[in-house]
Ligand binder design. Sequence first.
Ligand code: GTP
Length: 181
Amino acid sequence: MEDQNEELNKVVLIGESGVGKTCIINQFITGEFEEDSLPTLTNQFCRKQFDFPDNKSISIDIWDTAGQEQYRSLNRLFYKNAKAVILVYDVSNKLSFDEIKNYWYDQIKQHCDNNIIIALAGNKCDLYEKRQISDEEGEKYAESINAIFAATSAKNASGINDLFENIALKMIDMKEQKTGE
Ligand code: GTP
């Protein structure tokens, strides 16, 4: 059983099955990409420490979740004490973007704290010719839900570090604001 404190900086990736949640985490943690990544069956986490200038540091737990429909009710347990959620869609799959708007964002609203940090990641941006959702469309939606936007590719690593760093920085900001009150 985990120590309560260990869950304090929980970041959860959610979104449809196959959008690349597991690959994003793997690329970030190991720098590797798997063409044949299999669907996630159990939720699991990786810990990552960030050390920024001015002695600002934070350790975050990055949780992968299963996007397949039969696991949806289980995932809700994981949103509950999350500090940040990354909504992931696949830029070559319009349905995966529509489901962010129609289902996943509502889940955050229903199950997470009001001050949760939200990021929207348009993944697979290496698939130039198959793209169905432009970055502008993603950015516009991110703005409307007050989310950090990231165009990512778990395949070529673009946007991945920035995504997690921006979340870590925002977490530090929020902690500082809280302690400064
Ligand atoms: P679930 O675990 O079922 O929820 O899926 P997931 O969102 O974790 O997807 P996963 O990371 O397993 O990736 C699904 C498929 O997409 C795999 O075949 C990956 O190789 C591929 N994939 C993931 N990210 C990218 C990417 O950035 N670019 C390309 N071209 N393919 C990707």
